[in-house]
Ligand binder design. Sequence first.
Ligand code: ATP
Ligand code: MG
Length: 412
Amino acid sequence: MSEALTPQRSFELSIEAGRVFTPAAPIDDRELFAGRTNQVRKVLDAVNQKGQHAIIFGDRGVGKTSLANVLASFIPAGGYMVTRRINCDKGDSYNSVWLKVFEEIQHSEVTKVSGFAGQGHPPRVDASVDIISPDVVRRQLEFWSKDSLLILIIDEFDRVDESYRAIFADTIKTLSDNAVPATVILVGVADSVDQLIAEHESIQRALVQIKMPRMSKDEIKEIVNKMTNLGMTIEPEAVDRIAVLAQGLPHYAHLLSLHATRAALDGMSLHVNLAILDVAIRNAIEAAQQSIRSAWHQAIVSARKDNLFGDVLLSCALARSDDMGTFAAQDVRAPMQVVTGKPYEIPAFAQHLNEFSETKRGNILKKQGENRRFRYRFTNPLMPPFVIMKGFSDKKVTTEVLKQLADSLTLF
Ligand SMILES: Nc1ncnc2c1ncn2[C@@H]1O[C@H](COP(=O)(O)OP(=O)(O)OP(=O)(O)O)[C@@H](O)[C@H]1O
Ligand SMILES: [Mg+2]
């Protein structure tokens, strides 16, 4: 295979790889979208059911926006469909969110194509004087959904101030009670729905809750195997290793796959093996988000050479955690032994855990619970895979250890 690979072709493929693997951008092409069958089905059920709306929530970076982006492609063509997505910003209010939505619908290409322009005018909203109420929203959406299936995606909903949670809930209720043929899909970072919207009983039927979990190993592998789109192959063990390192986060599946394909192509090969993956891991660490790299550095920096901060942080990333991603000091002991080769009791690293939860070390961990029953979690879910990749690249974590730990990383 590799005989056919000219320098020109290798260069072209490495550019093409940046289209297939997009660590920094949500997916917007169904062809590149992996897994998530259950979640897609649930949202589509809400779209097809009059009076139902949906809320997609989960950790940062698990693939919420990507799911929202590809939804329309799962809906069979027929009639007019208008799918628009808006992003909320910090400081957005109920009014400003809906103004963005109305503006977006009015200017959407699809709307124009489907001939809305000739069919009267939408109820007038004057941004400078009108206070938008759930009824104003209802009238607008009734107008715009007259001849088409209207799907509105309100992304980054966690940025809207919490004081608007109740009125958004009332709006969903109003739209549902009036059977407005539009579907509102709220999307945001949250552990539970009540962090995003007031959850009174009467909206529970109207609002389908879709929790986006981390990806399963198979879903992560599906992303990695998109390498075949480039005419490239990858050793099954290398795929497994990416799946272990990514910890269910598609961002890392993209980051590692992108660097693996490029490292192979640089060596004029169309095949990724474990040696190439090692190079890719080193490159991926350097290409990781600046914010992650500097947060890691701030957490472990110390004037003393023989300090334990790096080892304790790595052990935290390897520690067995519960469904919420939290672990106790006790859970750090076993990985400490693996990482340092020595037995450490909790008092030897309790102070480190404390400091990780303070501003001085950038609050890399969040400490929860009460005295003597503290639990910890990484503030940024994208941090643990980075810490493990770094440990692997610095040879603090061997392949053997990774294999052993693959079963105890509870995130899959
Ligand atoms: N189903 C999928 N198939 C392939 N890649 C995916 C999938 N879902 C997400 N990704 C990739 O994972 C990364 C994160 O995805 P996305 O931006 O959709 O997550 P998010 O949950 O919206 O993140 P945030 O909380 O930061 O808004 C992106 O690189 C995206 O391309
Ligand atoms: Mg998003």
